[in-house]
Design a protein around this ligand. Structure first.
Ligand code: G3I
Length: 365
């Protein structure tokens, strides 16, 4: 396996990249098609996947202009101990991005999940702010200049918790109250004044009562952050879509995104995928429905000029969190992403290509 680890070192890229081109649909790539409209397209991936699957690494390098670590910049990976950091995997992803002239996103500095096992015992009301500031300062400074944008705070809104501002009862909220959000953004801005700072959340896509109320709550949080001068530059909408969901109203979603843009914020689609968990069994039928959802959603959001970035949460059905988290009842492999498990373009790839090509030009990225 020692040789395989070298696959992430720049000098190895030539051969692998040429080897991967055979799988390319025509000579276009989603990165190139998006780039022609001043959009950035990329995907989430894991360092271990790129290291162990050179064919996938080549497809990733071909299709993506930006990468986001699916796991490697989370506390549970970065922080093996209260006084220890392990940047190995994240550094290798950063060198992969650099070796391919790719940008890189940071995900995520503050989340209620993926906290290290020592967190509950070691982080108290008294030391939480110091620990949070130290973490953000150390991590953001390390990658300063290399990160396009940081998901500073992830999923801080949860209607069901009925807290003021509809905030989530998270380990950070319990220790610092709502101020943890401002603290995190200010610490990130100090550590890397050039990175765009993002609030990231899910469940704001559909014309349902609960997602409508979540849009209101997220908008309220953003309005509060902007009005109090918190350094925030964009809203990240995760966009984990459901292929069977009919309640999608492009105008309602666009109205929300335009209101966010009115606050002076950009909008990033940060984790796009389309679950086929409850779709019919035949692959052709499933793929067609998934493609239609991609195209309809992207046409809707790309109609808003402040939407500047589209990331899928994974690139190929070979590696998706949905295999484990949204498996099909019939046990068939899930098919939520633009490339199939053999790294071939699916109808979803072509749907994304059409949506990028028909988007208005945003100018420079
Ligand atoms: O790497 C370790 C491995 O060494 C260990 O043997 C194994 C034992 O469980 O765990 C491995 O780490 C796993 C990691 O993914 C890397 O594969 C973690 O357990 C697992 O919890 C982690 O899951 C990730 C999850 O976030 C939690 O961090 C998923 O891959 C990732 O797709 C998912 O992504 C989230 C976004 O961050 C936020 N939005 C929702 C999205 C989907 O849940």
């Amino acid at each position: 396996m020692a040789d395989a680890t070298r696959v992430l070192e720049p000098e190895r890229w030539g051969g692998i990249q040429e080897g991967g081109r055979g799988a390319a649909p025509a000579d276009a790539s989603l990165a190139a098609l998006a780039g022609r409209r001043g959009l950035l397209y990329g995907a989430a991936t894991k360092e271990r996947t790129l290291r162990n699957d050179p064919q996938f690494a080549a497809a990733f390098a071909r299709e993506c202009a930006i990468l986001v670590p699916e796991y490697e910049l989370k506390w549970s990976k970065l922080r093996p101990g209260p006084d220890r950091y392990d940047f190995g995997s994240a550094d290798r992803l950063a060198s992969f991005a650099r070796a391919h002239g790719m940008r890189m996103r940071g995900h995520t500095l503050v989340w209620h999940k993926a906290l290290p096992v020592w967190f509950d015992e070691k982080v108290t009301r008294d030391n939480a702010e110091r620990i949070l500031r130290d973490h953000i300062d150390t991590v953001v400074r390390r990658y300063a200049g290399a990160i396009h944008s940081w998901d500073v705070v992830n999923e801080a809104v949860r209607l069901e918790d009925r807290l003021p501002g509809r905030l989530r009862r998270s380990p950070w909220y319990d220790r610092l109250g709502p101020d943890y959000i401002r603290i995190a953004f200010e610490a990130a801005a100090k550590a890397d004044p050039n990175a765009r700072l993002v609030y990231n959340d899910y469940g704001v896509d559909y014309a349902t009562r609960s997602e409508g109320r979540k849009r209101e709550a997220v908008y309220g949080l953003l309005q509060n952050l902007v009005s109090t001068g918190t350094p925030i530059h964009a809203l990240g909408i995760q966009s984990h879509l459901r292929g069977w969901e009919r309640r999608f109203d492009p105008l309602e979603l666009q109205s929300f995104l335009r209101a966010v843009a009115e606050l002076g914020l950009e909008v990033y689609v940060t984790e796009l995928d389309v679950s086929d968990q409850r779709l019919p069994a035949t692959i052709a039928e499933r793929d067609a429905i998934v493609a239609r959802v991609y195209e309809e959603y992207l046409e809707a959001v790309l109609d808003v000029p402040q939407v500047r970035l589209v990331m899928t949460w994974g690139l190929s059905d070979r590696y998706t969190w949905l295999t484990e988290h949204r498996p099909r009842p019939d046990g068939q492999p899930v098919r939520p992403l633009p490339l199939d498990a053999e790294l071939q373009a699916k109808p979803a790839w072509r749907a994304m290509a059409r949506a990028f090509s028909s988007a208005a030009d945003r100018g420079g990225v």
